[in-house]
Design a protein around this ligand. Structure first.
Ligand code: FMN
Length: 319
């Protein structure tokens, strides 16, 4: 089978033999991963190789008790990483910019591309792989377990090992739905029916909707992950309007928020009647929070910092 044929016949592997992968092979996979394209040569990602057995068990559990996380010879966690670029800039006296949206975007792309290179290289060498988005069930806990500094966020896990199964390739959507020409083509009922027909073999019942709904429908797994991810994202410094230290200061005072709006909503729920934002005489942000017999003021460069200061003043003994 040539390389292209292998690419089009590939399938994720979830059963592995216990055989280890020789270090020379790991080295080749990682070299391929590092050669992935990267915007502005920033290399805004880190590949974390998880070798500690106990850590693997914890991660497998957080990912929804997925045994292949423990049984595969190797488990990597792909990380979006702005921390290293900040360190590099600061090391030579340049002050890092604040671009949480662009940072998140390009760091996710870099991490995904490096992971895809690693995965494809491993498959070309005859190993099996499986991406593990399950680690995003508890992005907060994964960040804590892996000791991720601000600026670093888990993107996905990736198992690599010697396959103990040979799964058939899974179906994909009709090409016309995923490849458009010149203008985005919206979908008619016929397209959507064709999609369900094409994807039916993915499950024994032949009902793709069940699987789709499990993840993406109202009340599904993605909705459950979303607020946890939002909070982890804020505490890792990727929120638009809360920097990492403000999000952490709020978190340790039981305001577990992914954004300024969520923080305000939570404070109002906790009985704070007014949350007043303003601007001080020197252009600094100012926040007052008040209830019945008390009011606290905070100030900072941005509204998020000011709110965190006001909350610190309200709960001085925590954190
Ligand atoms: C970002 C991402 C996250 C995934 N997470 C999981 C996971 O947590 N567990 C798992 O068994 N498979 C996971 N998969 C594998 C998908 O289920 C699989 O790629 C998809 O069903 C298509 O099947 P195939 O890879 O065999 O073609 C993930 C894949 C991707 C790209």
């Amino acid at each position: 089978m040539d390389a292209l044929e292998r690419l089009t016949r590939r399938a994720s592997v979830r059963r592995y033999r216990p055989d280890p992968i020789p270090e020379a092979d790991i080295d080749r996979m990682l070299a391929a991963a590092q050669q992935a394209p990267t915007d502005a040569s920033g290399q805004l990602y880190t590949i974390l190789r998880v070798r500690d057995r106990g850590l693997r068990e914890r991660l497998a559990h957080l990912a929804g008790d997925q045994r292949h996380v423990v049984e595969a010879a190797e488990f990597f966690v792909l990380l979006a990483d702005l921390y290293r670029i900040e360190r590099l800039l600061a090391h030579r006296g340049s002050s890092p910019g604040r671009f949480p949206r662009m940072g998140l975007h390009f760091a996710l792309v870099d991490a995904a591309l490096a992971g895809a290179h690693l995965a494809v290289a491993a498959e070309q060498m005859g190993y099996g792989i499986c991406w593990i988005g399950g680690v995003l069930n508890r992005a907060d806990e994964v960040a804590r377990l892996l000791d991720l500094p601000p600026g670093v966020l888990p993107v996905s896990g990736l198992t690599v090992g010697v396959p103990d199964e040979n799964p058939a390739p899974r179906p994909r959507l009709p090409r016309a739905l995923v490849v458009h020409t010149d203008r985005y083509r919206r979908y008619g009922a016929d397209d959507l029916e064709a999609a369900y027909r094409a994807m039916a073999p993915i499950s024994k019942t032949g009902d793709w909707l069940k699987l789709l709904a499990h993840y993406f429908a109202s009340g599904g797994a993605m909705e459950a992950r979303d607020p946890i991810y939002g909070r982890a994202k804020a505490r890792q410094g990727f929120a638009d309007d809360l920097d990492a230290s403000a999000a952490e200061a709020l978190f340790v005072r039981d305001v577990d928020a992914g954004s300024l709006a969520e923080a305000v909503t939570d404070l109002l729920k906790k009985g704070w009647r007014g949350v007043l934002f303003g601007q001080g005489a020197f252009g600094e942000s100012e926040v007052w929070i008040e209830r019945e017999t008390e009011a606290h003021r905070g100030e900072g460069q941005h509204p998020g910092d000011a709110l965190a200061e006001a909350v610190k003043a309200a709960y001085p003994n925590e954190g």
